[in-house]
Ligand binder design. Structure first.
Ligand code: ZN
Length: 413
């Protein structure tokens, strides 16, 4: 599937040293340095296209864009794969509710998403993969899991046995009762009769009346969500037989830790015979009106709405990155106002011929980002530089700082 237009990345002078990038791993709960290598494989879970980009989505994709930018600024190659779940229950339900064709709905929302990602200056994935187009490789992966004894049938549907992987639970570290509760809340079916374990995950849904289906050795149907991402990830990245991990970074919002990433990792470990991701990295939830922003609560704010109302996407970028990515945070229109003010001030000062010294700002910005993407610290450094420039300090290169801010923070000046 086509992604979106590539984003220009300005060069940075070799005098700036990049420390290894440290990131928080949800599996260990620790912030640790990413192993230094020549190339990295990052998989970020994409949207289900029945509503395009709300600010929770935007915050997640912006965070992984910072990872991508930092590694590229180091001179590394980043293989970035993102999926789009272009067939799923919520998509079919929305299409039925609105009396539209599910493919038309998905197509229109994917197009909107591409525009939103371009507006936010997010580097496009090397592979943007739709589940429909990936169904043959997902079917193949289910077949391999079946050969390894990890799949069983319930009334013509197929399930993955989570207990076939001894490391099940090692990502989310939840109790059995917590797992049961969250599974029920997030699309699982723990009470279905015939399952061997209530937490076992659907990998193939036999075709239902008036629903689409694709051919497979298990009968016509469609794949389960956790199976999709793991099969796509194992298929689209270059294989490094010497690496202890199948990929480097598995990313998404913190609501994907369980069951989506937990079970995807189990399936990948069985298929690939090693740990799935070096780092499982998750972003906090964006709240609005006292609740997490979510489709079910109906309290979504869409990027396209803000842009249509006159917001500068770069200001939205600043507003969403001004606080630490891993924390749950609250969206308020005042945050967009102050981000817009900050952006305007920065642009004005960077248009001056004489500005405060810029090398120390760029160095501190790099160091802040290296430490688990400490964007609040990076913005503080830039704000301090603005103060110094306004006081008349001189000796810096506005062009060099503008290019570094663009490259590292994705803010086009
Ligand atoms: Zn996923």
């Amino acid at each position: 599937m086509n992604s979106w237009a590539s984003i220009y990345l300005p060069p940075i002078d070799a005098k700036f040293i990049f420390p290894p990038l440290s990131l928080r791993n949800s599996a260990s709960g620790l912030v640790s340095a990413l192993a230094v290598k020549d190339d990295y494989r990052m998989y970020v879970c994409g949207i289900t296209p029945y509503d395009a980009t709300h600010l929770g989505h935007a915050a997640t994709y912006l965070t992984f864009d910072l990872v991508n930018r930092y590694l590229r600024a180091m001179g590394k190659t980043v293989h970035f794969v993102e999926n789009v779940t272009d067939i799923d229950d919520p998509l079919l339900e929305r299409a039925r509710r609105d009396g539209v064709n599910w493919q038309d709905l998905a197509g229109s929302q994917i197009e909107l998403f591409r525009g939103d990602m371009s507006d936010l200056h997010i580097i496009p994935p090397s592979h943007y993969v739709g589940v429909v187009e990936a169904t043959p490789l997902i079917v193949k992966a289910i077949g391999e899991l079946e050969t390894k004894g990890a799949i069983y049938e319930v009334d013509e549907d197929r399930y993955f046995s989570v207990r076939s992987d001894e490391k099940f639970g090692s990502l989310a570290h939840l109790s059995q009762s917590e797992m049961l509760q969250i599974s029920a809340e997030r699309g699982g079916d723990p009470t279905r009769i015939g399952k061997r374990d209530p937490l076992d995950a659907l990998v193939w849904l036999h075709q239902r009346p008036n629903e689409p289906g694709w051919p497979s050795p298990f009968g016509a149907g469609r794949p389960g969500w956790h199976m999709e991402c793991c099969a796509i990830a194992l298929n689209y990245f270059p294989i490094d037989g010497k690496d202890d991990y199948l990929i480097d970074i598995q990313g998404g919002g913190s609501d994907l830790i369980f069951p989506h990433h937990e079970i995807g990792a189990c399936q990948a470990r069985i298929l690939g015979n090693k740990e799935f991701a070096r780092i499982y990295m998750h972003t906090g939830m964006i709240g609005f009106d006292g609740e997490k922003m979510s489709k079910s609560l109906g309290n979504l704010i869409f990027l396209s709405q803000l842009v249509n109302d006159g917001a500068d996407p770069m200001a939205v970028r600043i507003a969403l990155l001004a606080e630490k990515y891993s924390l749950d945070r609250v969206w308020q229109s005042e945050k967009l106002d102050s981000a817009t003010e900050f952006l305007n001030r920065l642009r004005l000062l960077l248009s001056r011929p004489e500005v405060a010294p810029t090398d120390p700002v760029i160095r501190k910005m790099i160091d802040a980002l290296a430490h688990d993407l400490d964007t609040p610290a990076a913005f503080k450094v830039i704000a301090d530089w603005c103060d110094e420039t306004e006081k008349g300090s001189q000796g810096g290169s506005p062009g060099e700082l503008a290019r570094a801010i663009d490259l590292l923070l994705g803010i086009a000046i």
